[in-house]
Design a protein around this ligand. Structure first.
Ligand code: WQD
Length: 328
């Protein structure tokens, strides 16, 4: 039985591919390599192509005997999505429709979907449960919420069973520094803090320190990428056991502030993180962190790592890979 991983050459995808292979699952990756890196696959089988290519995906599923899919392939830059919305509708939503059509043609009826806590927008209550109102505040987030619903309808009309994993803030790297986040494209806090500590970028700009939190900076639920990867394996097991479509929040349940990230980075790296306080960033929730209890109850999943391991592995990766992966 083979698992198809779309976008498997990306950050969370590559960590998931590695864990699947380590447990003995045969994996085939479909990736355009537009944003992913062959080096991140550690030798996993790769087909370079697009999820929208129905003929390619149908053939690939039949050739490899694919029974399940983990679907990571998507654009994920919130700011870009507001400037180039069509790029996100076409790739993230329409691309998934094409993928689903190929899966039906090949008789594949189980998919784990890479969703996002950003479907909740600014949550009214924290910690955030799956019952929270889905109210996206960006085209990117809307593309994730819409794709969840599209997959739900493929379940109603064609029996496709889907588990949507709503990630909180993915961060960190593999414990052996073999793979990590390629920072070429990322503007997320942890890689940006690493670059500032390494002195390879201007000081980190802290987007506001006048929020009603313990230190005035925003709070997020940072979750180790290996914990995220493990959640995908549990979701595949859930589907393999015949269980139905569902969505789960995937976070630690613990909130950390921007200054918590900075101070932890300084302590573990032994370096200062040059930073300056600037204006708030539009759309930033003051605080968001998960209530992950449903994922524990239903999937038997819970995070094993916290901010210490996230920052330690991120530092180890970024300080030994100043240019991310080997350039193409
Ligand atoms: C984190 C905090 C910023 C950069 C991300 C993804 C989203 C979803 C959740 C997956 C915020 C502050 C950041 C900087 C800063 N994940 N910050 N200076 O916005 O929480 O959302 O994770 O889908 O899609 O985008 O992540 O890393 O941008 O910000 O002060 O240079 O760090 O204000 O409070 P965010 P982030």
């Amino acid at each position: 039985m083979t698992v198809l991983v779309t976008g498997g050459a990306g950050y969370i995808g590559s960590h998931t591919v590695r864990q699947l292979r380590e447990r003995g699952t045969h994996v085939v990756v479909l990736d355009t390599l537009e944003l992913g890196y062959r080096e991140a696959l550690l030798g996993a089988e790769l087909v370079v192509g697009d999820i929208a290519d129905i003929a390619l995906v149908t053939q690939l599923c039949r050739t490899y005997g694919v029974r399940q899919v983990v679907h990571f392939a998507a654009y994920k830059n919130v700011g870009e999505s507001m400037l180039q919305p069509a790029k996100y509708w076409l790739n993230n939503v329409t691309g998934t429709v094409h993928l689903a059509e190929a899966l039906l043609a090949a008789g594949v009826d189980q998919i784990v979907f890479s969703s996002s806590c950003s479907v909740y927008g600014t949550p009214e209550v924290v910690p955030v449960t799956e019952a929270a109102v889905v109210q996206p505040e960006s085209v990117y987030a809307e593309s994730k919420a819409t794709t969840e619903r599209v997959l739900g309808w493929y379940g109603a009309t064609h029996g496709l069973r889907a588990v949507s994993l709503r990630y909180f803030n993915a961060a960190g790297a593999s414990f052996d520094s073999q793979i990590g986040e390629d920072w070429a494209h990322s503007q997320n806090l942890v890689p940006v803090a690493m670059k500032a500590a390494l002195g390879v970028r201007p000081p980190l700009q802290v987007f506001g320190n006048d929020y009603p939190t313990h230190d005035g900076t925003c709070i997020r639920d940072y979750i180790h990428v290996d914990d995220l990867a493990d959640a995908h394996l549990r979701a595949l097991d859930h589907l393999a056991a015949g269980k139905g479509t569902a969505a789960f929040n995937v976070g630690t349940g613990v909130g950390s502030s921007v200054l918590d990230v900075i101070s932890t980075t300084e302590r573990l790296s032994g370096r200062k993180v040059p930073h300056e306080f600037v204006a708030r960033r539009a759309g930033d929730p003051v605080s968001t962190f998960a209530d992950p209890s449903r994922a524990f109850e239903v999937l038997g999943w819970q995070a094993r790592y916290g901010l210490e391991e996230i920052i330690a592995t991120a530092w180890q990766w970024h300080s030994t890979h100043p240019d991310g992966y080997v350039s193409r």
